[in-house]
Write a protein that binds this ligand. Sequence first.
Ligand SMILES: Cc1cc2nc3c(=O)[nH]c(=O)nc-3n(C[C@H](O)[C@H](O)[C@H](O)COP(=O)(O)OP(=O)(O)OC[C@H]3O[C@@H](n4cnc5c(N)ncnc54)[C@H](O)[C@@H]3O)c2cc1C
Length: 355
Amino acid sequence: MNIIVIGGGIIGASIAYHLAVRGAAVTVLTDGRPGGVATAASFAWINAAPGNSRPYFELRVKGILEWHRLQHELGERLAINWNGSLTWTNDHPAMATQFAEHASWGYPTRMVSSSEAAQQEPFLVSYPDQAAHSPLEGSLSPSETAHVLLEAAAEHGARISTDGVQSLVSRNGRITGVQGEANEIIADHVVLAAGIACERLAGAVGVKIPMANRLGFLAQSAPLPPTLSGLVLAPQAHMRQNADGRIVVGADFAGGAAPDDEDAAAENLLASVRGLLTSGDDVVMDRHTLGLRPVPADGLPIIGSVAQLPGLYVTVMHSGITLAALVGRLAAEEILSARPVDILAPYRLARFDGV
Ligand SMILES: Cc1cc2nc3c(=O)[nH]c(=O)nc-3n(C[C@H](O)[C@H](O)[C@H](O)COP(=O)(O)OP(=O)(O)OC[C@H]3O[C@@H](n4cnc5c(N)ncnc54)[C@H](O)[C@@H]3O)c2cc1C
């Protein structure tokens, strides 16, 4: 089966890998350097933390577990920090209630004392009386991981091209391929994994993808010696340390306006890091990124075949880092078997019918 995957971010890379391993003839078109757009700007926290409905929480837990499965498949080259997270907020009673609910859902999370928190993260300046420790959570280097998955896909015969797709091609009511930069490429299936560009590419063939993308601003320090064990989610900032030693920091999961002065905003983020770490004086600015989170209008992923246009399979979501290993496998299985996977039923594009 010939399959085109549009997108070289973490979602396209994972789908391409899982298709190629299963014997499909895969062409990935990335429109420039592989590694993704949202992916490259991501905080890259793998989690099923509070704030979601129970069914979506359960999908996210499966997402976490699938990264372990993928690590068994790919070995050491798929590096993930599995040292968990430490969270505290200014509203301790509300947080304790939220985390207690998650614990009752079976999520490994519990409130720990300041001394236990210090064992988890020894290099913080001070510790809250109570923090939530969630040992199942992790983080990865997002673009590097997309590269690893694309390399693994190529080892199974996938062709990776940096060409862009100008449009999807439809004939007789089905998608038959794409118009590339130079010529039309024919395929049995086209997987649209183009992040925020999904909306435009699908819209041009009459498929509406309702999106409510949100901004996300992060700063990164120059590399430091090992300082953070896992993720630290404090009221003033959330941060983690990349495998290359850089501290990645953000302060806002909700989105909001772009900073008026990005350099100043990044300096503020690093000032928070300096206030949190015992080695704060060594924290030096390296870069900052303003990314767009691809967020479907109701906040939930869109995954699956498009009923009105056979041959087209769409994947666009936030929390693509958490979900990429799972979505890659399930998308590959749905496309190759032509059988829907039940747990994806709530995430079909058809739920937006009538928008
Ligand atoms: C600031 C920020 C923080 C985040 N934090 C987290 C987090 O902590 N945990 C989490 O799980 N998720 C997080 N996310 C969300 C997560 O990063 C995304 O859900 C995920 O990266 C989406 O991956 P993707 O492959 O779908 O899209 P992208 O990474 O955007 O990749 C899209 C790909 O499509 C390609 N493309 C676009 N147009 C075309 C075209 N015409 N032809 C060919 N190719 C094309 C692009 O070049 C790119 O390769 C965060 C996102 C941001 C921005």
